[in-house]
Ligand binder design. Structure first.
Ligand code: GLA
Length: 390
């Protein structure tokens, strides 16, 4: 079960370790409602920030060091702002150093800092614990240097650069963007090309977003993720020969794709078909949510899952089983895997009165077929990265 962090206890721990008082910053994990594997294709996504956050207590130092302690990792991490450290160390220091370097590279001057980090976002569950860490650390470091008003889009781009350069995941912008800019009571329809967004109110009256963490982690996730990206790039390079102006799958319509299907290897065609159809579904689903049309929204979620399972091939048997079990329960509008895939979470839109029945149907299925004990929780839409007041 998830831990709740006490900001007071975190500050007290900080004072004991560093002998000074701290400001506290935080950023949320996220669940993506729809729009999967579209962000790195310049497309559309519709995530919301969840109520579980990563907290960073922080104070400035008089030297140029950043000293980071994490309550979930034993060894502290240190970096010198003026000396670049190695990349891809394989621990939380990559996120800290990557974010600090990316902020410096974007012209945000930083000062030395003491950091104490703790998180409520489970690691490796597909709820973007890493983006929450980057955005909380990034906001803390920028704020200590007097740049708390820096553009949140720039902050999110710095987090994405940290992933690309220091962590080694070629992720899109969705996770960092929603962690930086999430709005209470709203999902964000993000245009991953223009980096503009529209806040979509989550007037769920009588319905809830349920998240099921299957606790399945697949080693394939990162290597397969990068392969999917490469398939999409291949599709673009082939299609661009006959479709001038196409620079990303965002620019391709379903009619275009089908007309040129013969030019694409079969697997590449299916990958592209997922992305093109998912972009259209995401725009449609956002409109349905705005109108309170949960039936239509739920249908789009289900279609998204099938497309991710069959065309994009990023689902997992446990995710498919969790989705199938949910859909047997009356009052479930829709269910799908969420995030990068190969494990992690599913997301469902359900009538409030169906929550107990869905939870037991999904848990039962995962227990009996896979010996897994999932965690199922409902979440409202929360705000993005912020400084905590107390
Ligand atoms: C991961 C990445 C995101 C996005 C999703 C899939 O969460 O970090 O950028 O590509 O997978 O939609």
């Amino acid at each position: 079960m998830s831990r709740r962090i006490s900001i007071e206890a975190l500050r007290a721990d900080f004072t004991q370790r560093f002998g000074v008082t701290a400001r506290v910053f935080s950023a949320p994990g996220r669940v993506n409602l729809i729009g999967e594997h579209t962000d790195y294709n310049d497309g559309f996504v519709l995530p919301m920030a969840i109520g579980r956050r990563t907290f960073v207590a922080a104070s400035p130092r008089s030297d140029r060091r950043v000293v980071a302690h994490s309550l979930t990792v034993s060894a502290p991490f240190e970096l010198e702002l003026d000396v670049e450290g190695p990349r891809r160390r394989g621990h939380f220091g990559d996120f800290v150093e990557g974010t600090a370097r990316a902020l410096l590279a974007r012209g945000i001057p930083l000062v030395g800092a003491n950091l104490l980090i703790d998180t409520e976002v489970p690691l490796g569950a597909g709820l973007s614990a890493s983006a929450a860490l980057e955005m909380a650390v990034g906001l803390a470091l920028a704020s200590l240097a007097g740049h708390q008003d820096m553009s949140r889009v720039t902050l999110s781009l710095a987090g994405q650069a940290a992933e690309h350069e220091y962590v080694g995941t070629l992720c899109g912008i969705m996770d960092q963007y929603i962690a930086a800019l999430g709005e209470k009571g709203h999902a964000l329809l993000i245009d991953c090309r223009s980096l503009e967004q529209r806040a979509v109110p989550m007037h769920l009256d009588g319905a809830s977003v349920l998240v099921c963490d299957t606790h399945v982690k697949h080693d394939l996730a990162s290597s397969e993720y990068n392969l999917r990206r490469a398939d999409c790039e291949r599709a673009v390079s082939i299609l661009a020969k006959s479709l001038p102006g196409v620079t990303a799958l965002r620019d391709v319509t379903m009619a275009d794709l089908e007309r040129h299907a013969h030019a694409l290897p079969e697997v590449v065609h299916r990958r592209a078909r997922h992305v093109v159809s998912e972009n259209a579904r995401t725009l449609d689903a956002a409109q349905a949510l705005e109108r309170g049309d949960f039936e239509r929204f739920g249908r789009a979620m289900c279609e998204s899952h099938v497309s991710l399972r069959d065309d994009y091939e990023v689902s997992a048997p446990e995710l498919d089983a969790a989705v199938d079990a949910a859909l047997t329960v009356p009052g479930v509008f829709g269910a799908r895997m969420t995030g990068g895939g190969f494990g992690g979470c599913t997301v469902m839109l359900v009538r409030d009165e169906a929550i107990p029945a869905v939870s037991s149907a999904v848990s039962e299925k995962l227990r009996s077929e896979f010996g897994r004990d999932p965690e199922i929780f409902s979440s409202r839409a929360h705000g993005g990265a912020r400084e905590e007041s107390f």
